[in-house]
Write a protein that binds this ligand. Structure first.
Ligand code: BJ8
Length: 421
């Protein structure tokens, strides 16, 4: 990344020394994990570029937009509706973190038995390494799991920028009413922040923009159903991760271009791995950027990952918001319905998730399921039992964290599992 960004990072309050370590580590991992893959689609070049400029050009764009009066809003969960943020001229960025940075500092303020996703976003803040967090005018938290809920109190103490929306834990009539009221309250908060009143026209426009992004991601997923798989799980994961940072219109266009190329590959029978390579569906916790560990292990152990039942995956792009509403109230109601279809393990009961896994396994012709939970993530660890009893495929549970220490052991387990498929 160019020298000219240093001033920008300094102005944002980034700790340049810590940040430099992060960028160097990231570049090394990227080279080793991504650029060493064979037969990657040409269309991945754009996403490589986005990664290389994630802390540079994209931050510059955000800061320029802020100068024009736009607000940058950070979110940690796919229950936060980006359509509403965009409808008041805001820019939504995902802030979940997928690297073991600042854990020593984080463990001074969080219990040690907190999941790494939470430790990472608190650690990133405490060590001042995330230009996205530092660019945000508002951070939207949500009442999903206990760890996140309580961590937002600490994050607010550190930033004074956190707004928490209440997400129910049951999809009952009362739960739905609560969520709808929360979306109306969020609308007020966003209007107050942006000093703009949401208009019907703009809201409809942004619903369409986000729908188009979700459609493109679903198109990409469907292309992974072919054998040989035209794209690696690692590359598809990267596209899904970038969905939370990039400009949505540009991103959608690039995903569609990539899909055009993949369709050509499918027609010609070109794949990233030979036909007949064992196919894995991953289900579980989200893979925040740059968490590529499990995909890398699986794909260097003789299999290909063909889908993710995850928030960095189908939970994010499945289900669209109908676009034919005629009032803002009606639109928010449709938005609430769409978001409440997301089958997060923080809900009880959560039978929709099992159905989704079964559908995905069938549609993507998966031969085995890898159940991924981040250590100490109670909701997903608990749900493993229900999922395992309901699916009719070989099943491997992986309970891990962001460290590299268990890679050898996980690789041995994955190889043994894949051999049985
Ligand atoms: S909709 S999965 S993004 S809450 S891994 S922090 S659950 S202890 S991330 Fe999530 Fe929204 Fe649900 Fe998706 Fe807690 Fe588990 Fe940690 Fe987690």
């Amino acid at each position: 990344m160019g020298e000219d960004y240093v001033k920008m990072w300094e102005n944002l309050g980034i700790d340049l020394e810590n940040h430099d370590c992060l960028l160097k580590a990231l570049a090394g991992f990227y080279q080793q994990i991504y650029l060493s893959q064979e037969n990657r689609p040409e269309g991945m070049k754009y996403f490589d570029f986005v990664v290389s400029e994630a802390h540079g050009l994209r931050i510059k764009e955000l800061l320029e937009a802020k100068q024009q009066g736009k607000k940058v809003v950070g979110a940690f969960c796919v229950y936060v509706p980006e359509e509403m943020i965009r409808a008041v001229d805001g820019i939504c960025v995902g802030l979940c973190a997928g690297a073991q940075i600042g854990f020593e500092e984080a463990e001074k303020v969080l219990p040690k038995n907190t999941c790494d996703l939470i430790k990472a976003f608190i650690g990133f803040k405490l060590t001042q390494v995330c230009p996205y967090t530092e660019s945000c005018d508002l951070l939207i938290g949500e009442t999903t799991c206990d760890g996140k809920k309580k961590a937002y109190e600490i994050l607010n103490k550190l930033t004074q920028k956190v707004y928490v929306m209440e997400v129910p834990h049951m999809k009952t009539e009362r739960g739905r009413e609560l969520f709808l009221k929360e979306l109306f309250a969020l609308k007020n908060k966003l209007e107050e922040l942006s000093q703009q009143t949401m208009t019907l026209e703009r809201f409809k426009e942004e619903v369409k923009v986000v729908n188009e992004k979700r459609k493109a991601l679903m198109r990409l997923e469907q292309l992974r159903s072919y054998d040989p798989a035209p794209i690696s799980g690692l590359d598809a994961l990267l596209v899904n991760q970038i969905a939370f940072y990039d400009d949505p219109v540009r991103f959608t266009q690039k995903v569609n271009e990539l899909c055009d190329e993949l369709e050509e590959r499918v027609k010609k029978g070109i794949g990233v791995k030979p036909k007949g390579t064992p196919r894995i569906l991953i289900t579980g916790c989200p893979f925040a950027l740059p968490n590529w560990k499990l995909h890398h292990i699986i794909e260097t152990s003789g299999a290909v990952v063909v889908g993710e039942e995850s928030c960095i995956g189908r939970r994010y792009y499945n289900n669209l918001v109908p676009e034919n509403f005629t009032t803002i109230e009606e639109g928010i109601k449709l938005l609430a319905e769409r978001y409440l279809k997301t089958p997060c393990a923080c809900f009880t009961p959560n039978p929709e998730r099992i159905k989704e896994i079964q559908n995905m396994a069938k549609e993507l012709k998966a031969q085995g399921i890898v159940y991924y939970s981040i250590q100490f993530c109670t909701p997903y660890l608990f749900e493993a039992y229900q999922v395992e009893s309901a699916v009719d495929l070989p099943f491997l549970r992986i309970d891990t964290n962001y460290s590299t220490e268990d890679i050898g052991q996980l690789k041995t387990r994955c190889e043994a599992f894949i051999e049985t498929l």
